[in-house]
Design a protein around this ligand. Sequence first.
Ligand SMILES: [Zn+2]
Length: 212
Amino acid sequence: MNLIYPPICGICGKLNQNSLCKKCEIELKKQEEINIINRNGEIENKYFDELMYIFKYEGQIRKLILDYKFNNKSYIYLTFTNFLLKNEKIFENIKKYDKIIPVPISKKRKKERGYNQSLLIAKEIATKTNLELVNNCLLKTKNIIEQSKLNKEDREKNIQGAYIIKNKQLIENKKILLLDDIYTTGNTVNECSKTLRQANPKKIGILVIAKD
Ligand SMILES: [Zn+2]
């Protein structure tokens, strides 16, 4: 994919080389709600060990993520990535991992959208940290109904068995950071983590832009 991204702030659209202008950065900063959740109540019964997020999934952030995902504004990924890497707490925590894996999308979805929104962010993080991007281990083989169109009860069933694992040796004994855009019920990243566990990673952490 050779998309050319405009040198603009992903939020206000003004010319900017860092994809986020000072004014919008200050606004984003106000909405920031960095959190790193380790094994406690909320993720106790999950297949992953840690959950990191930057924002609550609401208001302007929600709108930005939807634009980035569905309205052909994929360049907003740079805005998010630059913003999250500026946070020292997140940056230091990310660096503890060995490899970064984006939550995969199906071939059909890729064709419709033209890009995997999580891969764009994961690639950028890999470029700016010591993490290695791995995009040939976790694959989505089932075309499922879009999770956001289902109620919470049906999401868990819908996603079951949607992923497969290949090249297990790339994951074995490694600390894996799984990247997704939003965390709502957690079913998607949990199913991915369950699949990744087949390859015996040392640790699985989840990084998302926003959490419900
Ligand atoms: Zn701006």
